[in-house]
Design a binder for this molecule. Sequence first.
Ligand SMILES: Cc1cc2nc3c(=O)[nH]c(=O)nc-3n(C[C@H](O)[C@H](O)[C@H](O)COP(=O)(O)OP(=O)(O)OC[C@H]3O[C@@H](n4cnc5c(N)ncnc54)[C@H](O)[C@@H]3O)c2cc1C
Length: 613
Amino acid sequence: MIWKKEHLSAEAKQAPSLISHLITNIEELHSHTNHKDAKRIGIVGGGPKGMYALERLLHTVQQEAYEEPIHVIWFNENPHFGSGNNYSVYQPDDLLINYCIGNIDGWLRDDINEQVREQLSLRDWIAKYQTTDSEVTPTDFASRGLVGFYLQDIFMQLQSSLPQQVTISLIVAAVQDVSYTNQFKISLANTDDTLLVDYLLLATGHCYENVPPFKITGDTAPFEYMASAYPVNRLDVLPKGQSVAVMGLGLTFIDICLQLTEGRGGVFNELGEYIPSGEEPVIYPFSRSNLPIQPRGPIYGDSRYAVRAYTKQVLQTLVDERSDRKIDFQQEVLPIINEEIQFAYYSTLLETSSEEKVKQYINGLLADEIFSIDQLLFPVMKSLGDRHQSTKAYLDESIKRAEEGELHHPYMAATAVWRELTPQIGELYNFGGFTAESHQYLDKQLWSACCRTSFGPPIANMKKISALAEAGIIQFTIPPQSQISYDTDKQNFEIGTEEEQYTVSFLIDGRIARSEIVRKNSPLYDRLLERGLIEIFENGTYQPGCIAIKQDGRTTAKIDNQEIPLFFYGTPTEGILFDNDSLSRVRNNLASPWADRILQLIDTHDTYAQQER
Ligand SMILES: Cc1cc2nc3c(=O)[nH]c(=O)nc-3n(C[C@H](O)[C@H](O)[C@H](O)COP(=O)(O)OP(=O)(O)OC[C@H]3O[C@@H](n4cnc5c(N)ncnc54)[C@H](O)[C@@H]3O)c2cc1C
């Protein structure tokens, strides 16, 4: 079952409207006198991570019986507080989460916030508010819009159980600059007014821009290039019948295809075939490898491949050693992962859990016949002569594998290994635990292939991509490793290799932009760097492109040799932390140490704010 917004009662969908009534503006904020003595804590970013941080702060205030007045000022570019853009309730229902609902829980279970009456996991929340008779099972999927309602409902629960001494103001504005002298001065877009806060957390998520993958003349990229596909309704300007190239074959590519087809009135019939509306453009996807992302079934409970305890122990030994030395990912970790991948593959193929039988079988193979991490991450697509047909056949094969699942299909079992070992790899990776060279190798050579292999979309959506390819709406014709150029006179793109060139009218960048401070791909972080509020993280000779933080998420930068109470959580820390970009409350949870730290700081670091007011 795929749960959509239409399956929820009206009660479940009240939060956006309730939240809109809580939104205030700077003038109102300045005129309020009741906040004057409160410590001001700014949170920038109204996505899930900003909200998780807020929840931890409220919880810590209550747990510590903290009595001083606190005023939280929460900034977000738009009114989607709690959901952020990725789970905006206004997006179409065909955009799905990529993990089944049993894995999604907006509450931290190992340290429960007892002040909040009802703390439902996504599954229980759907069960409470659904309007159908269907059973809600943890292996179901849901639309991202539905998840947005869930997240915003969490915020409303927090709001209705606020501790007495805490007030929250929601400001809809983009924070464009921040400076610091004992307090943070926050400048917002489209106003000259500024706001002061004492402590600041940035949970700005995906605030980075893709650098155009072609040479541009002048200052701005051409209209025919879309640096981001989000929000997806921006794709509505693309004219029907025109050729639209999409760079990247991952999760964003799927969102783009669905918006340009189902989003324009096309339908998938009961047989799974696509019936066009006539409003569609023709989509030409391509990537470096041209390998489409591997879909997956629900990953939950007993349906998961279980990594051998032995492998976890060996990795744990390395985790134990990392406080004394850097670990070489390529030399020390990769062979362990490879061995587990081989075991996963062959134990599933032979339907045995016997180490001995698997070993014997592998020993009987020629070296180049043995399945390894290379075949997993960089498979060779079988050529059927025609690129479109070859890619479609590869895609259909990947759907079949996913339908069999990781307990039955050897390749799928192998894909599970990366996913299952990610938490331990993270423990080794975080805060520069790998040697510079091997850290770079993992980031630049392996990680995107791992995402393609192990963190793919639900099968249902990949079947739609296959149907669109069958209907000729998607054309897999552009070669891998293509170069792109823009023709300013003809206002179109040439994409291809020396041997093969294709002309297309539009290009959508379907890559998710990552933090790359040195390439100046976020104006806000650019200014923070100029003002000395952040430093670039360096692991020896390697710069992953992110900010440097301490264990509690605090910037390592200092002003006049004084620490700055500026903290980060979520996507901006990707590069110093590993696999951070998810809804998980437990993975790289910087919200808890942040909340503890802020209350300690308020108790001990009580200077400028009091004197100035
Ligand atoms: C299209 C897409 C689909 C995804 N699907 C899944 C999924 O199915 N499952 C999963 O686990 N993960 C998924 N992810 C990963 C996703 O990043 C996380 O699930 C989650 O959104 C991270 O939350 P966040 O709060 O860190 O960032 P975001 O959700 O990106 O929220 C950041 C917020 O900060 C705001 N903001 C940024 N800069 C400023 C500024 N200067 N001033 C004011 N506001 C600002 C933004 O407008 C946004 O509202 C997806 C990501 C994308 C891009």
